[in-house]
Design a protein around this ligand. Structure first.
Ligand SMILES: [Zn+2]
Ligand SMILES: [Zn+2]
Length: 272
């Protein structure tokens, strides 16, 4: 019974939080910030941090955590944001999947796992038209990125583009909505149409895992290769699940000469 009352109270607070601009976006409690201190610490603070594969951001088993010194920067003579990545010792900290089949991207940084209740932020942003949550996602993602001192910021950010039909249906690209404040707060230029999706594909979530690579193949083009050539490109997205979309985009950017590609993604779906 107490559980039921607690649930109803929490729903009421969450509902109030949606109506009142100052409520915490996760628990609905009183907060001057978009996220209350308790939720920030519980879901995004150092206590919530997990050791992840630097390349795909999947959690690493405890035995793979020992080499925590990560390892993605630039050589001593290279200019930040350009030139080939300096990937020393990265191999020792990669997950088995990335070792067996290296993806086209070089690095992935995320703010959280895509699980309850954090997924609600994305679902409300994406399907509930709560665009005001984008700056919150961007701030949490920026904090996660800056918590990796080894990581060299990209020269240019680009959002994962939506296809024309999905963009028309939704009216905005949630990845771009996150990328804008993220770019501003990190001082990195953003190019909204660095990559373009040339045809609409079925939502990756609606396709079986075996068909996801095929579903997304050839979906992207880079209209101006000169913007990409020799540079470190940061790709921004809201959620990473199988990683096939990000892999296809990174492969496209590399075909156009990108020196390295890192994914800056708000939330990562954990492996089953
Ligand atoms: Zn809260
Ligand atoms: Zn990995």
């Amino acid at each position: 019974m107490n559980d039921k009352i607690a649930r109803v109270t929490s729903w009421r607070r969450a509902l109030l939080g949606r109506l009142l601009p100052n409520g915490c976006a996760l628990c609905g409690g009183d907060s001057d910030e978009a996220l209350c201190g308790g939720c920030a610490a519980q879901f995004f603070g150092p206590a919530a941090a997990v050791a992840r594969c630097p390349r795909c951001a999947n959690p690493l088993p405890a035995t793979e955590n020992s080499g925590s010194a990560l390892t993605f920067g630039h050589g001593p003579n290279s200019t930040p944001g350009s030139g080939p990545p300096f990937l020393h010792d990265l191999g020792s900290s990669l997950c088995g999947k990335c070792l067996a089949e290296p993806p086209a991207f070089d690095r992935t940084l995320v703010a959280a796992d895509y699980v309850l209740p954090v997924d609600q932020l994305v679902l409300q942003l994406k399907f509930g038209h709560r665009l005001a949550l984008a700056p919150l996602c961007a701030r949490l993602l920026r904090d996660a990125v800056l918590s990796h001192p080894d990581y060299t910021l990209p020269a240019l950010l680009c959002p994962v583009p939506l296809g024309p039909r999905r963009l028309a249906e939704r009216g905005y690209n949630q990845a771009l909505e996150i990328a804008r404040p993220l770019a501003r707060s990190m001082g990195v230029p953003l190019h909204a149409r660095l990559a373009v999706r040339v045809h609409d594909t079925a939502a990756q979530s609606s396709v079986t895992p075996e068909r996801r690579r095929q579903n997304i193949a050839g979906a992207f083009v880079v209209p101006d290769a000169a913007l990409v050539a020799g540079r470190h490109i940061g790709v921004v997205d809201d959620v990473m699940t199988s990683g096939q979309t990000l892999n296809e985009l990174a492969a496209t950017l590399k075909r156009h000469g990108a020196a390295c590609v890192s994914n800056l993604v708000f939330a990562r779906t954990p492996p089953h």
